[in-house]
Write a protein that binds this ligand. Structure first.
Ligand SMILES: [Zn+2]
Length: 612
């Protein structure tokens, strides 16, 4: 470091500075209306709008049960749908999305009872089940979202009325409410506590905050990581992460160190205690697990959505680069694998091994939470700093913000990421302005380098940290970042020990037997016995299994057995993990010395990337 500093002083004339990240800087997300995203992230947003949201039969599947209120349907996800429609309409400015959003809100408001209730149940059965409360919480959230993005006060008033209904009736419910449900009550409250905190923020009304703090006792919640599906399912990943998020948001209003503890515990479990799979997903049958089982019901889509929001929230307050690495790992692998490549079908689980199935309806938790988190991705690309801009996700994009003394700044990012790690940023401040530009250097990006207007930056760009460049920026200034990508054979953990997953940059690759001759009849377990030949890895090849400009991995492999012939039995093409017919992700090696730790999900990485 001293050497670097000395070098810097001698080359001061370059006027380019690499400084350690200022941990005190707080990051704030940009408004999603000010960001435009391309690449695979942008494509996923577009197809979620055009080939999913706009293809739904919202009257039949979502609204009708709220009109008839016969109590025969326990849960739909209408509030989540409204939230996603609002955000996709605001982001895309597509009139079809705006019309759908308006229809959903208007028709929902028509079903609201005089006392404020919106739901699926007749009068004598209301808020007696956990899922009725769950639905109501998200309806409040969805209506608030409409108010926040489109300013319709009727939506705000309807949200208030629904919240008032819940607070009023809560006081007359028996104290053992929810006890017989086989589910810890907090599992049913996903969404509600955040909705109340948001409602308090929008209205200033203390009753909503009091409900969260005193009735729900949010600050006191400090549950450990419960592994295994047992009565109460306390270890429900989705509910756990959602409650962590509510605590982090409450912490923004009423700072209290205990409010960050469960979130930090969850991150520690995910990254250092085998809580997350190589694809970024966590949990089995919706519950925390650390055995790295890769088959069946692993990694609920709802949980992925809330993992991402917790990473985002912690990134904003702590600024740890590792959180951005967790985001891209999760987005490019587990999250995109939760959707068919054309966008229409969605999954509850996307296991790395064995068959992946689609969820059979457009309603329910996972499809609705998928649409919501996809609509939020534009806010995770860039963040505004106290004086400057942080680049978190690498994807073609454009954004508008202000820096310094309210100087408008436009930023453009051009890249083929994750196909390669070459990223070009162009800054267009309305007037020359001094501010900081922070670039996330992923933990896998050894040898990363950057130039500003063609001049090399000083100092090594340390993987797992931020590179921060503070200088006077002028219109047209260009930053070229190069994040070298090489194939990595990442060691499996726990049940996957002794095998490797193939990675490059943030991407995990999988084996789709249908794309490879001679393998069609093998299932995930049998495919996992194949031994890869690391020496045969070359440049990525084109593959359209997932996206039009996608990539694949050509690699030779041997059948299992005693033979040591150097001649491989197969020339495989591994495809990007979201390949809908991918069935295997972990493989053997004849010589394990080429395997390396999954640096994002190991203790070494956690301490290395923690404090830039
Ligand atoms: Zn779900």
């Amino acid at each position: 470091m001293k050497q670097t500093l000395g070098l810097y002083l001698t080359l001061f004339a370059l006027a380019v500075q690499v400084v350690p990240c200022a941990a005190a800087d707080r990051l704030t997300p940009l408004d999603l209306r000010d960001v435009k995203v391309g690449g695979e992230i942008g494509r996923r947003i577009d197809i979620t709008l055009t080939n999913n949201l706009l293809k739904l039969d919202v009257d039949r599947d979502f609204l009708e049960p709220f009109r008839v209120q016969d109590g025969k349907t326990s849960y739909i996800g209408l509030g989540k749908l409204i939230d996603s429609a609002v955000k996709l309409a605001a982001y895309s400015k597509d009139p079809r999305a705006s019309a759908l959003k308006r229809h959903l809100v208007e028709e929902t408001l028509k079903t609201q009872a005089e006392d404020g209730y919106i739901g699926l149940f007749p009068r004598d059965q209301r808020i007696k089940t956990l899922w009725d409360v769950h639905e109501l919480g998200y309806l409040i959230w969805g209506l608030l979202s409409d108010y926040r993005y489109f300013g319709d006060r009727r939506s705000l008033e309807a949200a208030r009325k629904a919240a008032d209904y819940l607070v009023k009736n809560w006081s007359v419910l028996p104290s053992d409410w929810g006890a017989g449900a086989d589910v810890a009550p907090h599992v049913a409250f996903t969404g509600l506590e955040r909705a109340f905190i948001c409602l308090h923020r929008e209205t200033g009304e203390p009753a909503y905050l009091n409900f969260v703090v005193h009735t729900r006792k949010l600050p006191e919640w400090d549950l450990g990581i419960v592994i295994g599906r047992r009565t109460g399912i306390e270890g429900h990943v989705y509910a756990y992460m959602c409650r962590c998020l509510a605590q982090l948001e409450l912490n923004g209003l009423q700072p209290n160190p205990r409010l960050t503890r469960p979130a930090e515990r969850a991150i520690d479990f995910l990254t250092r205690q085998d809580g997350a799979l190589v694809t970024g997903s966590a949990g089995q049958c919706e519950i925390w697990t650390d055995d790295q089982d890769a088959r069946g019901d692993v990694g609920e889509t709802c949980a992925l959505a809330y993992q991402l929001r917790v990473y985002d929230r912690l990134l904003r307050t702590g600024g740890e680069a590792r959180l951005g690495d967790l985001m891209e790992r999760t987005i490019f692998n587990a999250l995109f694998a939760s959707q068919s490549p054309d966008g229409r079908r969605l999954r509850y689980f996307a296991p790395p091994e064995g068959e992946r199935v689609y969820w059979n309806t457009d309603t329910y938790c996972c499809p609705c939470n998928y649409r919501r988190i996809i609509a939020e991705l534009p806010t995770m690309v860039y963040y505004r700093m106290q004086n400057g801009l942080a680049v978190n996700l690498y994807t073609p994009s454009q954004a508008k913000l202000t820096v310094g003394k309210n100087v408008p700044l436009a930023v453009r990012q051009e890249t083929a990421y994750p196909n390669d790690g070459a990223v070009r940023l162009t800054l267009e401040p309305a007037a020359p302005e001094t501010f900081s530009l922070r670039l996330r250097i992923p933990v896998w990006a050894s040898g990363a380098a950057a130039t500003v207007n063609g001049e090399a930056l000083l100092g090594p760009l340390e993987p797992g940290t931020y590179c921060e460049i503070r200088r006077e920026w002028k219109a047209g200034d260009q930053i070229a970042l190069n994040l070298p990508m090489r194939w990595r054979l990442v060691k499996g953990r726990q049940r996957q020990a002794g095998r490797v997953a193939v990675m490059r940059g943030p991407q995990v690759f999988c084996l789709n037997p249908a794309q490879n001759s001679g393998l069609a009849k093998l299932d995930g377990t049998e495919l996992g016995y194949l031994a890869l030949n690391p020496a045969s890895l070359g440049e990525p090849v084109a593959s359209t299994a997932v996206r039009p400009d996608g990539i694949g991995c050509r690699v030779q492999a041997w059948k299992p057995g005693f033979g040591l012939s150097p001649k491989a039995d197969y020339e495989l093409t591994l495809t990007e993990f979201p390949d809908p017919d991918g069935k295997a992700t972990y493989f053997r090696l004849r010589d394990f010395s080429t395997a390396e730790d999954d640096i994002l999900y190991s203790a070494a990485a956690a301490s290395r990337g923690a404090k830039p």
